[in-house]
Design a protein around this ligand. Sequence first.
Ligand code: EPZ
Length: 418
Amino acid sequence: MAKLIIEGGHALKGQIAVRGAKNAALPILAAAMLVPEPVRIGNCPRLTDVEHMLGLLRALGCRADWGEDGLIIDAGGARTAELPEALAGSIRSSVFLLGPLVGRFGAAEAPYPGGCDIGNRPVDLHLKGLRAMGVKVDEASGRIRCLGRPKGGAEIALEYPSVGATENLIMAACGAEGDTVLVNPAREPEIDDLMAFLNGAGYDMKREGSSRIRIRGGRRGHSTAHAILPDRIEAGTYLVAAAITGGHLVLRGARREHLSALLTVLREAGCRIHCEGTDLDIEGPERPRELRRLVTLPYPGFPTDMQSQVFALCTVARGTSVLEENVFEDRFRHGAELLRMGADCYIRGRSAVIRGVKSLHGATVTAHDLRGGAALALAGLRAEGITVVEQAERIDRGYVAFAATLRQLGAAIRREDE
Ligand code: EPZ
């Protein structure tokens, strides 16, 4: 188990380069399974979830090697479509392999992906879409068994713009003979990065307006090289680190068009933000202003993956903030931990009312999920005294060298691995 020990009260200063996006890397690594030739993935973050996904690809017979100029994946030797329980059960993103396995082999078998600390994470929309493509899907005894190649010609309307379901169905549709149309697909930029990777590998898909994606069938993948887009959530997390400590940071290589909703919120909280090309220059206020109402929504709405970090910021705001978490049903567990640090917040269902306090005090708290854990560390950067964040290995799922990066920016933070 790992923990972070943080002494608060240091305003962050300096600059960092934004790394590749976890939530683009995971589906793109899964999509490599479709291509029977080597592909090169650049700017891939070395996160625990990425290493788990590589373990799954190797268990399916792929080669996956880190080199100087990126990750080389060769799925030419992939020989089975059954995901091992031990590995696949450990990360939810193993479900992303159903689509490419069905697309390539016309078969896939995986354990039901576990829920996690932000909700029960069903996959009904993934399976409904596969069935609409003519794939036989059984869900007996806690495993998902898919049989049959996707048929072309399906027009699949998603009841909810699920990111994972959109990605899985795009990958499955690459194996269909005819066209597939997804209606009401997710609009997150990571979807477009997946499509850019697949188009580079010889497939043919595009958005038709904001509510349809067409995937043409009958293509066979070939070698390609692709660089993962910058991680908007990693960037947003460090922006909030500057905001909560009253610091001054420059983020290099960010895509501000992917951060619009967050930048608006941080300006409302009193941050001064200047965008120059792919650089974001942020100065945090001495004490943030409250957010009268913040609502998380699918992209381009305010991202649920930034909710806990902004929640932490609101705990030291001048007034009272109201947050609504509309994407996941249980994504306020960091609230109970922040109460231990002296926050004044009231959580009921999907709403949180946060009365800003002048200062938080250090405490020993627990990271329940990767973004909530990061949020607790951010609160510790502001709190008086020492904060210990336990189960910090959960933060490693979404952030490369989180403590070292904050230390490089002037934070008094160290990590202990037991
Ligand atoms: C992706 O999860 C991300 N993970 C999440 O990031 C992110 O929070 C989420 O999208 C929303 O942006 C990866 O990309 C690896 P969804 P995913 O399907 O695909 C419900 C992080 O912190 N739903 O859009 O699971 C679901 O329960 C992680 O980096 C169904 O009901 O998100 C949830 O309430 C956390 N049935 C909502 O939709 C389904 O079949 C959004 O889920 C699928 C989803």
